[in-house]
Design a protein. Structure first.
Lengths: 68, 400
């Protein structure tokens, strides 16, 4: 799975950081930082949950067929 | 004369549960026309997917330009007063105005910042437990634990003197009490702004290390004094009234489920999922801030014209069977579910990480200090408080 993060849309809720800390981090302003675009297989479930939970819609999957 | 406000469907509860009527609306119709506590007709949205969609789409469901004062007898406010009331109130703006304000605050609520607060919150919780222990049973857990802990935390963070708590707690409680006439609530709002003006002036003269000081130092040239007052008031109100009701109601929920209470007390790994399940199952905020449709929309097969008020029921959404199996059962062993207790979309609760941290510290600390904690009155005698922006308890008499 590949993911993308839109830092302009992010509201800094931080849910992704606690849900999938291997994939997402926050900068000092609270805005999402993508640690890796290619999610390791053992982190797919967590990253997927983080994408679903993201309140602002800043996160999306890149290879699930949707143009999102 | 204005008639006494009538409690709308989405605020009625039966103890911990939303009413059967609300569940039936979710099952059968999805959307129902209601009249809000302010007497304004609105569309009530009840299903998980629909609530997520409405709250997540600020373009079609706007927080700005609310038609709050729809009652024919509502007090007439000047444009100037309305502008002053809205200044800095993040919940009354859409992007990009909302983004501008929110971005000034997000650095204060990062996961790292919250971890940094953990030792101080633990200290505050322990101090209140020491005092409870010293005074001995029985005690009212709302006034001695659930309310003071989040109040002290937000006071320290924001830079509000804790000595002023009686007056701001009183104002908040009544401002959000929808059974109280609007005129009085508006007047309390003016008092709250006047109070905060004093604190803002002090911070402008000598900005401290707290959040008010940070806002003055780092954003003083881009924020008006009214905006500073609005932001600070929102944080103060949201910072204590919500978490305190989760602590009170949450403790009662655990007392009614002793096996799960024991898990929260004895198993550190059970705490985080328990807090999430309490948030979902209790959903103490009845509804997100009402949205106004900017265009004709369709929700659950219902056509809603432009310019209409839309209210999203958070407890109904969080007890939707599409979210979790057997949703009315309280079960801290559930797999994590994306509940909507903190809302969704760009207005998702700014203080959620702080609230979670306070609950994760306070619940187990309370239960470990008093392993025999029990209700001091029959369950039937516990008074729930429903006709209020935030659901909660008037008091929680306990013994140990």
């Amino acid at each position: 799975m590949r993911v993308a993060a839109n830092r302009d849309v992010c509201i800094g809720a931080g849910l992704c950081v606690v849900t999938a800390p291997a994939v997402f981090d926050q900068d000092d302003e609270g805005i999402v930082v993508l640690l890796t675009e290619d999610v390791p297989p053992d982190r797919v479930a967590a990253a997927s949950l983080a994408v679903d939970r993201c309140p602002s819609g800043a996160l999306r999957r890149l290879d699930d067929g949707s143009s999102g | 004369m204005t008639d006494a406000p009538v409690m709308p469907l989405h605020m009625r509860r039966a103890g911990f549960d939303p009413t059967d009527e609300l569940a039936a609306v979710r099952r059968d119709e999805g959307v129902r026309r209601i009249v809000t506590a302010l007497g304004v007709p609105a569309y009530l949205v009840t299903r998980y997917d629909d609530v997520r969609e409405v709250l997540g789409d600020w373009g079609r469901f706007s927080n700005a330009g609310r038609r709050v004062f729809g009652m024919p007898d509502a007090p007439q406010l000047t444009e100037e007063e309305v502008a002053r009331m809205r200044a800095g109130q993040l919940l009354t703006f859409d992007p990009p105005e909302h983004t501008r304000l929110r971005r000034m605050l997000t650095p204060e609520f990062t996961v790292r910042r919250m971890r940094g607060l953990e030792p101080r919150i633990t200290e505050i919780v322990d101090a209140h437990l020491d005092e409870l222990e010293r005074l001995g049973p029985p005690a009212d857990l709302v006034s001695s634990f659930a309310l003071p802990i989040p109040s002290l935390v937000i006071c320290e963070l924001l830079g509000v003197p804790y000595a002023d708590r009686d007056e701001f707690q009183y104002r908040t409680r009544r401002q959000l009490d929808l059974s109280i006439p609007l005129e009085e609530r508006l007047s309390l709002g003016r008092d709250a702004r006047a109070y905060m003006h004093g604190l803002v002036a002090r911070a402008q003269a000598a900005p401290g290390a707290d959040m008010l000081g940070m806002l003055v130092r780092e954003h003083g040239d881009e924020l008006s004094t009214d905006e500073l007052v609005g932001i600070a008031n929102l944080l103060l109100v949201a910072g204590h009234e919500t978490t305190s009701n989760m602590l009170g109601l949450g403790t009662l929920a655990l007392l009614r489920h002793p096996d799960q209470l024991a898990a929260v007390r004895d198993e550190p790994a059970a705490v985080e999922p328990a807090v999430e399940e309490l948030l979902r199952w209790l959903s103490i905020v009845h509804a997100g801030i009402p949205r106004v449709t900017t265009t004709e929309v369709e929700v659950a097969g219902h056509t809603i014209p432009a310019g209409e008020l839309v209210v999203c029921s958070l407890p109904a959404a969080n007890r939707d069977p599409v979210l979790v199996e057997d949703p009315d059962r309280f079960d801290i062993a559930r797999a994590p579910a994306g509940h909507l207790a903190f809302g969704h979309g760009v207005h998702h609760c700014l203080g959620a990480p702080l609230a979670r941290m306070e609950m994760r510290i306070a619940f187990p600390a309370l239960l470990r200090r008093f392993p025999d904690l029990a209700l001091a009155v029959p369950f039937e005698a516990v008074e729930f408080r429903s006709f209020h922006v935030v659901y909660g308890l008037r008091a929680l008499p306990v013994t140990w």
